[in-house]
Design a protein around this ligand. Structure first.
Ligand code: PRX
Length: 648
């Protein structure tokens, strides 16, 4: 815990912001002591068609149901009510293409586009409860597609545009998606991602998809299958149809978002309508305290939960203007973020520690090219932020004034669970700590046995009560939902993170306690990469783990044993890299692939990743009493040696 102790300094964050924590403490207390009154008030952030019968129904715990029998439509709340108000002509999105193009869409414009697509989906036979898979880059049709699905009660499953064909077909099959919405291509670092071709490959191993709707973005030649594939612009050509938003029960599903776990295939995290929408809108207000006139920029990808919650639902429900940027943060040059922030007068910037560390490496020169004086608040998400990156961001991007809202949360939590609350009187910040729980969140740090850890002692973070934004279940697998999140510590939600609480009550999130990787903020399962390696012709055994990396947090390292008949063949690693890239996507490609003679296993045959990782990192391998043969540790050392020699 030494590193953390050193970091326990309190930074002044500007008199303008720091109002002490008295307001926060009283709001937080009320949320726990009078949850019914508290959530009833918090839910008034939305327009409901029918009021709920009960705030929280826990009769079937842990399948908690919020705002039971309340009826609403999230698309109506995000779009219609602004399009029909004084916000009609306000920009909902200012979109910036990687090539510098700009599109501004007002709430009225968004309303029209969403209605048109909703109408088209209905004409294609989509009904309430049907599943739609969205595989789009960062273009305006992405939020439009999500909102159109929400409007008609269809459930969308967004797949990040960096995923490969087998990741997509797995998600289509699990959800039995009827429609895919994609684009011909997307831009990344000046190159075109061939999205439609990836979808065509994915559809070879699926049978539920009736139609593929294709947005024309890149304009390059793509195959269109007669009867199945339709251009988006043809579908919405005939103008402005009104589609009445479908009244949904608060706990009807809004979307499924697949995320990696420690075992098996990715889990389909299901979020509902009422609780989720109440949660994301309120947490955004509490944490960032945005003004009506602010320009908010969440620089995450829309395909991850951060984009779902804080590019689409929260800011739209609050009627805010968002910046949406299509491409790479270093294209065409490393000042791209700062250039956009200056050009569009961004007031709140929310990005990942990896992005900050990447840009920090290029130096202040690129920052100084721009006037960032409009930036009032900064945020981070997705991984722990190390104090040097925190300070760099605060001093250079925030002119030593903007507070940093380090938001800790997960796909499953729907929105922030631990974060400074600018809207409730910002606490003094400690670089690297996400500070205090959001209202309604009741965390506890436990040791391995489930006893409460002492102050300053590293443990596992769990939650003693549910909150409105938490996942409803796992798609198709309610048993796995219970087992994954509620089995480890009975009656408490637990999902894999280490944390420590200091003597001032601040929470420090210390990374994953399980075998989930965080590579550049992306959550990846070791098991998915191992499965992909094992599905190749050459690989007999595989073990994958994360190696600490100064910029990306972690990078992927794989150890493999090659089948006898392929031994000695050169270039196996590059073939495997290619295969992983096309199956799972580029973010899954290991940085290092080591070929070993054998891998350390327990006597029952389980590969001991922990031991390989320890040897690799030159650490003490810990308890090796269950190891089948200590010779395999030497094999690992030999493999590392030979890899390093080759790399020289
Ligand atoms: O380990 C934690 C880390 O990201 C994990 C959740 O990943 P995902 O579901 O992809 O959601 C990312 C966007 C919310 C967590 O279990 N994590 C997220 N935010 C932070 C963090 N770790 C430390 N500090 C954070 N602010």
């Amino acid at each position: 815990m030494k590193a953390q102790d050193e970091n326990r300094e309190v930074l002044p964050t500007g008199e303008r912001y720091h109002h002490g924590i008295a307001l926060y403490e009283s709001v937080y207390r009320e949320s726990l002591e009078n949850p019914n009154g508290f959530w009833s008030k918090a839910a008034s952030i939305l327009d409901w068609d029918r009021k709920w019968d009960k705030i929280l129904d826990d009769t079937n715990a842990p399948f908690y149901r919020w705002f039971l029998n309340g009826k609403l439509n999230v698309c109506y709340n995000a779009v219609d009510r602004h399009a029909k108000s004084g916000n009609r002509n306000k920009a909902a999105y200012i979109w910036v293409g990687e090539g510098g193009e700009e599109k501004i869409i007002t709430f009225e414009g968004l309303y029209r586009r969403v209605n048109n697509l909703s109408n088209a989906l209905i004409n294609l036979g989509i009904e309430k409860g049907d599943k739609i898979l969205i595989y789009l880059p960062m273009i305006l049709e992405a939020p439009v597609a999500m909102l159109a699905a929400a409007r008609i009660g269809a459930v969308f499953s967004f797949v990040f545009a960096g995923f490969g064909a087998s990741a997509i077909s797995e998600r289509i099959n699990d959800a039995k998606a009827k429609i895919v919405i994609t684009a011909d291509g997307g831009y990344r670092n000046g190159k075109i991602l061939d999205l439609k071709r990836t979808i065509d490959e994915a559809l070879v191993s699926t049978s539920s998809v009736q139609n593929v709707i294709v947005v024309r973005r890149s304009g390059h030649q793509v195959e269109m299958e007669d009867g199945r594939d339709i251009w988006y612009h043809d579908l919405v050509r005939d103008g402005s149809k009104y589609v009445a938003p479908v009244e949904l029960e608060s706990n009807d599903p809004l979307f499924i978002l697949y995320t990696s776990g420690t075992t098996g295939k990715p889990k389909g995290v299901v979020h509902g309508n009422g609780g989720y929408a109440v949660w994301v809108a309120n947490t955004m207000k509490w944490a960032f305290n945005p003004n009506d006139t602010d320009r908010w920029w969440c620089a995450a990808d829309i395909g991850w939960i951060t984009g779902h919650s804080y590019i689409v639902f929260a800011p739209l429900i609050l009627g805010l203007t968002s910046i949406m940027y299509e491409g790479s943060i270093t294209y065409p040059s490393p000042d791209r973020l700062w250039d956009i922030a200056e050009k569009y007068g961004v007031n709140i910037l929310y990005t990942s520690p990896t992005a900050i560390r990447t840009l920090m490496r290029y130096g202040e020169k690129y920052v100084k090219m721009h006037d960032l004086s409009t930036i009032r608040v900064l945020g981070t998400v997705g991984e722990p932020i190390n104090p040097p990156a925190w300070r760099w961001y605060h001093e250079n991007i925030g002119s030593s004034k903007a507070p940093i809202i380090d938001t800790y949360w997960q796909t499953e939590t729907g929105g922030f669970v631990i974060s400074p609350s600018l809207g409730l009187g910002l606490p003094p910040l400690k670089p690297g700590s996400a500070t205090f729980p959001m209202p309604g969140i009741d965390p506890v740090i436990l040791d391995e046995e489930g006893n409460e850890a002492r102050i300053g002692e590293k443990g596992l973070i769990a939650y003693r009560r549910p909150w409105p934004g938490m996942l409803l279940t796992l798609h198709n697998d309610p048993e796995r939902f219970v087992k994954t999140y509620f089995d480890r510590f009975k009656g408490k939600y637990y999902c894999g993170d280490y944390a420590v609480k200091d003597s001032d009550g601040y929470y420090w999130l210390l990374g994953r306690a399980d075998e989930v990787l965080k590579v550049a903020g992306h959550r990846l399962g070791t098991i998915e990469i191992e499965d992909a390696l094992l599905s190749s012709r050459e690989v007999a055994e595989a073990a994958v783990f994360g190696k600490p990396d100064e910029v990306k947090g972690e990078v992927i390292v794989a150890f493999i044993v090659v089948k006898n008949e392929f031994r000695g063949i050169s270039d196996i690693a590059s073939g495997l890299r290619k295969q992983i890239k096309s199956e799972l996507g580029p973010i899954y490609v290991p940085e290092e692939i080591h070929i070993a003679e054998t891998l350390p296993k327990t006597r029952s045959g389980k590969i001991m990743r922990r031991v390989i990782k320890a040897v690799f990192l030159d650490e003490v391998p810990g308890d090796v009493s269950t190891l089948e043969s200590s010779a395999s540790v030497d094999e690992i050392r030999a493999a590392i040696e030979s890899f390093r020699k080759q790399a020289q």
